[in-house]
Write a protein that binds this ligand. Structure first.
Ligand code: UD1
Ligand code: CA
Length: 490
């Protein structure tokens, strides 16, 4: 890599064809913004500086870029007068920072498939060719709308001609300008003021620099990429979806080659920043999003969405929706579980069917197997929460915490009215409403003793199917009605 490399990322255009209040380069694909993907590729060239040209919605685009690359320099292009003008605005910043030699690469913010390898290789080729300008070109079936690379009979590059300015003969050329160009900085500085806007669009075309270099007798080279898809810009939402699908296809393929089993690549979506270990298995209908990490031998899916979630080695996650959660090694989750932010399930723990958790730390080997809501809770290791338990964390004003001790075993259909603590090794009976702390080792019961009001159905529901069923059963084995409670006294 050259020791003085500047990369200019053009991101000032309006992107009107997106028909969106969100600026084009901020639209997400594969878990990053489009410009985020480009910056990722740019960083791989190890540049000395990155200059981003911003204009439209720069109050959103600028901070976004600087959040991703804190030392990126922003150059504001107030009016979008063309790519040549945009680069001139950027070079004013570069010149002010003292660079007059070295290499300047220009890329655009709307090519989410661009990789660092491609960009790095292009910079190498540019330097090796000792050209004043190099074009990353590509041969495409349908060149419509793109700048054509015009060569002479010897194959030397003469110019880039834009679609609107092209003759019928030039329009037949299938080698196009990807929009990614590399310049000798001194030549670029000299050429920019010489670019005019006397063309079909009335814009300052950066691509005019190629013709100027030829006129100066300098070398121009074009390097056709064999993966032109990487350089395709996204202009509308149909192209956005196509780019997203292609990016995903590439990511899924990469993980399969790295030792991940993906049963159905077509219904598996993996964001660019997800990390998977060897021998992970992903079942159909699964989305792994954001900064999700999955450990060795874990099985995720089918029909699971995990965002920014950590899955431990050997865990099993079935039909689950999780966000900002941590699932311990060997734990089991699902089916139909909802893990909200702050859920931390310990190793070999269980969150079972129809269980929702939030801000819940569930210890090693602890289980919440069925039909429960666990909010703002800490459950000790080895504890078991009975089916249908509600951690009542919200009193209508504030949220409160519940703790359940180690190896506690709570009964079915309990309500824990927070703030409340259930001690280590304690238990609760079925249907208990826990409003006060339960001491370690105690069994808490709050439901009253069962009373049987015998004869109640016959007295209160005469003539119903319920009454005839009761009467038939009683006729077969008559109950001792003499000590029954009076069914009318409650
Ligand atoms: C440009 C190239 C064309 C190439 C194509 C590849 C020129 C004149 N033409 O055409 O040869 O085949 O890209 O996609 O360069 N931008 C600014 N400020 C401006 C104008 C543009 O920041 O004043 C940004 C846009 O936001 C966009 C990029 O530069 O990201 C390209 O500009 P655009 O107008 O779309 O150029 P194309 O017509 O696509
Ligand atoms: Ca474009």
């Amino acid at each position: 890599m050259p020791r003085d490399l500047t990369v200019i990322v053009l991101a000032a255009g309006g992107g009107t064809r997106m028909k969106s209040k969100t600026m084009k380069v901020l639209h997400p694909v594969g878990g990053r913004s489009m410009v985020g993907h480009v910056l990722h590729a740019v960083l791989a060239t190890d540049p000395n500086r990155i200059v981003a040209v911003v204009g439209h919605q720069r109050e959103q685009v600028g901070p976004h870029i600087q959040q991703l690359v804190p030392d990126a320099v922003l150059a504001v292009q107030e009016e979008q007068l063309g790519t040549g003008h945009a680069v001139r605005v950027a070079m004013d910043v570069v010149g002010a920072s003292g660079q007059t030699t070295g290499t300047v690469v220009v890329a655009t913010g709307d090519t989410p498939l661009l990789t660092g390898d491609t960009l790095r290789e292009f910079v190498h080729e540019h330097l090796a060719s000792q050209a004043a300008v190099s074009i990353l070109s590509g041969v495409v079936d349908n060149p419509f709308g793109l700048g054509r690379v015009v060569r002479n009979d010897e194959g030397d590059v003469l110019a880039i001609v834009e679609e609107k300015d092209a003759s019928d003969v030039t329009r037949e050329i299938h080698e196009i300008n990807s929009g990614i160009l590399a310049f000798d900085a001194a030549f670029l500085t000299d050429a920019l003021p010489r670019i005019g806007n006397d063309n079909a669009k009335g814009e300052f075309y950066l691509t005019d620099a190629i013709g100027l270099a030829r006129g100066d007798g300098l070398t121009v080279s074009a390097h056709p990429t064999d993966d032109v898809v990487q350089t395709e810009g996204v202009n509308d939402r149909a192209q956005l979806a196509r780019a997203g699908a292609e990016l995903n296809r590439r990511i899924v393929e990469r993980w399969m080659r790295a030792g991940v089993s993906v049963m159905d690549p077509a219904t598996t979506w993996i964001d660019a920043d997800v990390v998977l270990a060897e021998d992970v298995t992903i079942l159909p209908g699964t989305q792994l999003l954001g900064a999700t990490v999955v450990g060795e031998d874990a099985v995720v899916g089918p029909d699971t969405t995990l965002k920014d979630t950590e899955v431990g080695a050997g865990a099993r996650v079935v039909r689950t929706h999780g966000e900002l959660a941590v699932i311990g090694a060997g734990a089991t989750v699902g089916p139909w579980s909802y893990l909200r932010p702050g859920t931390r399930l310990g190793a070999r723990g269980k969150i079972g069917a129809f269980v929702e958790t939030k801000n819940a730390v569930i210890g090693e080997g602890a289980k919440v197997p069925h039909l429960s809501y666990v909010g703002d809770a800490e459950i000790g290791e080895g504890a078991n929460i009975g089916a249908g338990t509600i951690f009542a964390n919200y009193d209508g004003v504030a949220k409160h915490r519940t703790t359940v001790g180690r190896h506690a075993k709570t009964g079915s259909n309990n309500t824990f009215v927070a703030p409340v603590a259930i001690g280590d090794g304690a238990g609760t009976g079925a249907g208990t409403v826990v409003r006060r702390d339960v001491p370690p080792g105690a069994l808490a019961v709050s439901a009253g003793p069962q009373r049987d009001l015998e004869g109640w159905t016959l007295a209160r529901r005469p003539g119903t199917d319920q009454a005839s069923a009761a009467a038939e059963a009683l006729a077969e084995s008559p109950a001792a009605v003499d000590h029954a409670d009076d069914p009318t006294d409650d």
